[in-house]
Design a protein around this ligand. Structure first.
Ligand SMILES: [Zn+2]
Length: 435
């Protein structure tokens, strides 16, 4: 009550003393299309001093954004795809007091992994306001993922499925397949389980085995070890009786790349050398759609692409992910095949003794945010955890090939690095040698 009185006094002072409150802002209306169709987008307006204003196109009026900005000159960037598939639009604008400026951003898709290769993307770790530490409203979580040009939308809140119903309804209205998950958050580790029909609950004294059993009973096809060598550090339990190895996927990229991710890759190579075929995934673990401070997570970056044959459904995508038909990436796109397109990541190629495996990868990268051009720096073919061959690259796309004659059970993957450090790892193609 006391606060209300103070507010009323403050307001009356403000009204009495401000007969000529200057209007110092103007409007910018942005219309965004992708290949001619209205599309969801993220808009950055950066003023001359580096101050950043963030907006998104409307959830219901697709492709339309309205910004109110102080009078100033700005670099306006309209982004769809988060630097994966579409070159962003950039324009210098000047906002005048009381005036409305109209901008049309006609974006074009630079590359479609879905159309060209059958690869569809999702961000397999994404929080909404249903998480105690989440700041992205549930409906907007659909919007930001569509603006990032993800093909499926995904939700995983800490210890709750409270967002599922509204998220699924919003996704359906926008024609996007959705995957409903939860981040099981415990002192022993964090795991995303999906798809989920019911909640998995934390309780002191429960073991990873108990959580996994509960998640499977709720329909989970995939249990994903989240930042397993970082926060939560599930892999610290390796070698103890608490460690349950019946999970399916491992985050090798969680948000911007750090030491925890590098350690997760080392663990995963060790598992693969032991023949344990966990699937490598990349996820943002973003909590806030408006926070773009340097180093912050960004929905859709990194992400996981999965190869699906025929029409895309969430069930087919999840089954293909579980089979390892996937790559994790911060930007570079890669189509890795063997034996003239007959084998893909996740597949096993059986060779007679002395027979060759012929590996091939098509790799490319698209410009990101303000960058007008972006090129690749290198690619590697990794065999059983070691670099078998490194390729120096200098264009925005390339095809690499290599033949090898393995003498024992082996696995091969492709790692691609762009000039700005953004990288991708495919999942392995497995080889068995008949003796
Ligand atoms: Zn999380």
């Amino acid at each position: 009550m006391k606060r209300l009185w103070m507010l009323m006094i403050a307001l009356s002072v403000l009204i009495a003393s401000a007969p000529v409150l200057p209007q110092i802002t103007g409007q910018v209306i942005v219309r965004v299309t992708l290949d001619g169709q209205p599309t969801d987008a993220l808009i950055f307006a950066r003023d001359r001093f580096g101050k950043l204003f963030i907006a998104y196109t409307d959830l219901k009026e697709i492709g339309l954004a309205r910004l109110t900005l102080p009078q100033e000159r700005y670099t306006l960037i309209v982004d769809h795809g988060a630097g994966f598939t579409v070159k962003p639009f950039a324009q210098e604008i000047t906002v005048q007091i009381g005036q409305t400026l109209s901008v049309t951003a006609a974006l074009q898709r630079a590359f479609s992994p879905a159309r060209e290769w059958g690869y569809y993307s999702a961000d397999l770790h994404a929080h909404s306001t249903a998480s105690p530490d989440g700041h992205t409203p549930i409906e907007q979580l659909v919007l930001v993922q569509l603006a990032a040009d993800l093909d499926l939308v995904f939700i995983s809140d800490h210890e709750t499925i409270a967002g599922h119903e509204l998220f699924a309804k919003t996704a359906q209205a926008r024609g996007a397949p959705s995957i409903l998950s939860e981040e099981i958050t415990t002192p022993q580790g964090h795991w995303n389980a999906y798809p989920l029909k019911c909640a998995v609950t934390y309780a002191p004294g429960k073991t990873p085995k108990d959580y996994f059993a509960q998640a499977r009973a709720c329909g989970a096809q995939v249990i994903q070890a989240n930042h397993p060598a970082g926060v939560g550090d599930y892999f610290a339990l390796l070698g103890t009786e608490l460690f349950d190895d019946s999970f399916d996927a491992v985050e090798i990229f969680n948000g911007e790349f750090d030491q925890g991710d590098a350690r997760a890759i080392e663990y995963l190579f060790r598992f693969w050398n032991e023949g344990r075929r966990y699937v490598a995934v990349g996820t943002s673990d973003d909590h806030d759609w408006l926070d773009f401070r340097p180093g912050q997570e960004r929905y859709g970056r990194p992400r996981t692409y999965v190869r699906v044959e025929g029409e895309l459904t969430a069930d087919k995508w999840i089954a293909a992910l579980k089979a390892g038909r996937a790559f994790a990436t911060y930007g570079p796109l890669v189509n890795f095949t063997a034996q003239e397109g007959r084998a893909f990541p996740g597949d096993t190629v059986t060779l007679a003794r002395g027979q060759e495996i012929a590996l091939r990868a098509e790799v490319l990268v698209v410009p990101r945010e303000a960058a007008q051009e972006r090129v690749l720096q290198s690619a590697q073919i990794i065999k059983n955890g070691r670099v078998l061959r490194a390729f120096s690259l200098s264009e925005d796309r390339a095809v690499i090939t290599l033949t090898d004659r393995p003498t024992e059970q082996s696995w091969y993957l492709v790692r691609v690095i762009a000039e700005d450090g953004d990288q991708a790892y495919t999942n392995p193609i497995w080889v068995e040698v008949r003796l």
